[in-house]
Design a protein around this ligand. Structure first.
Ligand code: FES
Ligand SMILES: [Fe+2]
Length: 392
C-alpha cells in the first residue's frame, strides 16, 4: 500500500521506517487493515486532512437549527472551519468560517442566528449572510479606492440538504453530488423518510485519545460486536449479520431478536429494514445507524493523530424524554465500549515493530475503508479541484 504513495516526502519517510522496523513480526499475509506506522504520523495526518477531507461530503448538522433567515450552524471539514446559513430566499448556503482579512472566525457558536450580517471581531469587517463583504471600517483611510471589495466576500462551499433534514458540506467542486456519494444507501434511506424524524433533546460530544482511522476501522468491524458489546447479544441475531460495502458507503445489517421488535409500528419499509437496523458508514467519517423509527449519527472529527472527537445525535419519531434518555445512554455506553477498545490498540500501535493480521470476512468493510483512505492519500487534489459553481 505504501508503494502507491509515490513522490511524497511523508511516504518516503514512512517507507524507510517500515523497512527498518520490519521482520520482528513475521506477517505472511498482506493485511489491508490499519498499520502502526499509519497512526501517529503528523505529516500523514495533515495529508489526510487535505486529500481525504477536502474531497469528501461531511455531515455538519440539521435543518432544525436552520428555520429562519440568518440561522446558522458551524462545523469543520478536516482542519477547515465552515458554516451553513439559511438565506432570505429559503436556500441554505455554505461558506468558510473565515474572515477574508485575517484568519479570524466569524461565527463562534455551534448554532444560532446572526441576523442579516456577520461582523468580524478583529477589525470589524462585515458580511451579508449571502457572503458579500459590505463593510470595512475606515475604508478610505485604510485602503486605496480601487480595493476589489467584491472579490473579498466569504468563500462559498457546496452544501446539500438531504431528506430535507441533514446538512452536508463539501469543499471540492469535483466530488460527485451527495446522492451519488451515498448511492448504495440512497434508495433505502429514502424509504425511512428522515424528514419526519426529530432530534433528541441532547447530544453526545466526547473527545478520545484515538486516531480517526482507528475509529473508522472499528465502526466498520462487524466481527467485534458480539464480544465487545456482549450486553446487546440477546437483542440481536448476531450470526445473521450481513456485511456490505460499495463505493463510499458500507453497511452491516443487524437483525434483531424477537425480544427487540424493530418495526415501531411501521409497515412501509422493506422486510429487511423492518427486521432490524443497520450500522452504516458514509466515507470518510460518519456512522449512521438507521432503525425504522430512529436514526443514530456518530461523526468522528479528526483533531490530531491521537485525538478524535465523537459527535453523536439521535433522531426519532414520537420518542418520550425517557425513551430518548434510554437510547442516548445506550449509545454512550456503546461509544465507550468501542473507544476503550480502540484506546487499548492505540497504546500498542505506538510501537512501529508490530504488523497487524489478516482481515476477517466481517472486517471486509473496514478493509474497504482503509483502502479508500490510502487511495485518496495517494492522489493529489486536482488543479481545478476548487473551480466551478457551488450549486449543482
Ligand atoms: S480579521 Fe476580520 S476584520 Fe481583520
Ligand atoms: Fe463497536
Amino acid at each position: 500500500m505504501i508503494a502507491d504513495l509515490e513522490h511524497e516526502p511523508v511516504v518516503e519517510r514512512l517507507r524507510r521506517r517500515v523497512g527498518e522496523t520490519g521482520g520482528l513480526v513475521d506477517a505472511p499475509l498482506d493485511s489491508p487493515m490499519l498499520q502502526p506506522y499509519e497512526v501517529y504520523d503528523q505529516d500523514l495526518f495533515d495529508l489526510e486532512m487535505v486529500r481525504v477531507f477536502a474531497r469528501s461530503w461531511v455531515w455538519l448538522g440539521d435543518t432544525e437549527d436552520l428555520t429562519e433567515p440568518g440561522d446558522f450552524i458551524t462545523g469543520t471539514i478536516g482542519y477547515q472551519p465552515v458554516m451553513a446559513i439559511r438565506q432570505e430566499d429559503g436556500s441554505v448556503r455554505g461558506f468558510l468560517n473565515n474572515c477574508r482579512h485575517r484568519a479570524s472566525g466569524l461565527l463562534y457558536e455551534p448554532a444560532g442566528n446572526c441576523g442579516k450580517t456577520m461582523t468580524c471581531p478583529y477589525h470589524n469587517w462585515a458580511y451579508n449572510i449571502d457572503g458579500r463583504l459590505i463593510g470595512i471600517p475606515d475604508r478610505a483611510r485604510m485602503y486605496p479606492d480601487d480595493l476589489p471589495t467584491s472579490d473579498y466576500g466569504l468563500v462559498p462551499i457546496r452544501i446539500e440538504v438531504a431528506w430535507d433534514k441533514l446538512v452536508f458540506g463539501c469543499l471540492s467542486r469535483k466530488a460527485p453530488p451527495f446522492r451519488e456519494w451515498i448511492a448504495p444507501l440512497a434508495e433505502r434511506y429514502d424509504l425511512y423518510r428522515f424528514g419526519n424524524f426529530t432530534r433528541y433533546y441532547r447530544e453526545l460530544d466526547e473527545t478520545y485519545p484515538i486516531n480517526w482511522k482507528a475509529f473508522a476501522e472499528n465502526s466498520n468491524d462487524d466481527y467485534h460486536v458480539r464480544f465487545v458489546h456482549r450486553r446487546l447479544n440477546r437483542f440481536r441475531k448476531q450470526m445473521d449479520t450481513i456485511v456490505r460495502f460499495e463505493g463510499r458507503t458500507c453497511s452491516g445489517f443487524k437483525p434483531h431478536s424477537d425480544e427487540e421488535n424493530a418495526t415501531g409500528g411501521r409497515d412501509d419499509l422493506t422486510p429487511e429494514q423492518l427486521l432490524g437496523h443497520y450500522a452504516d458508514f458514509i466515507y470518510p467519517n460518519l456512522t449512521p445507524l438507521p432503525y425504522p423509527t430512529q436514526l443514530i449519527l456518530v461523526r468522528a472529527d479528526p483533531v490530531a493523530p491521537d485525538c478524535t472527537r465523537l459527535f453523536s445525535r439521535i433522531y426519532g419519531i414520537d420518542k418520550s424524554t425517557e425513551e430518548q434518555d434510554f437510547e442516548l445512554d445506550r449509545l454512550a455506553t456503546t461509544n465507550l465500549e468501542d473507544t476503550n477498545m480502540v484506546t487499548e490498540l492505540m497504546k500498542n500501535l505506538r510501537s512501529p515493530f508490530y504488523r497487524v493480521g489478516p482481515a476477517s470476512t466481517w472486517e471486509g468493510r473496514a478493509a474497504h475503508v482503509m483502502k479508500l483512505v490510502r487511495a485518496d492519500v495517494a492522489t493529489p487534489l486536482a488543479d481545478d479541484e476548487f473551480d466551478g459553481p457551488v450549486a449543482p
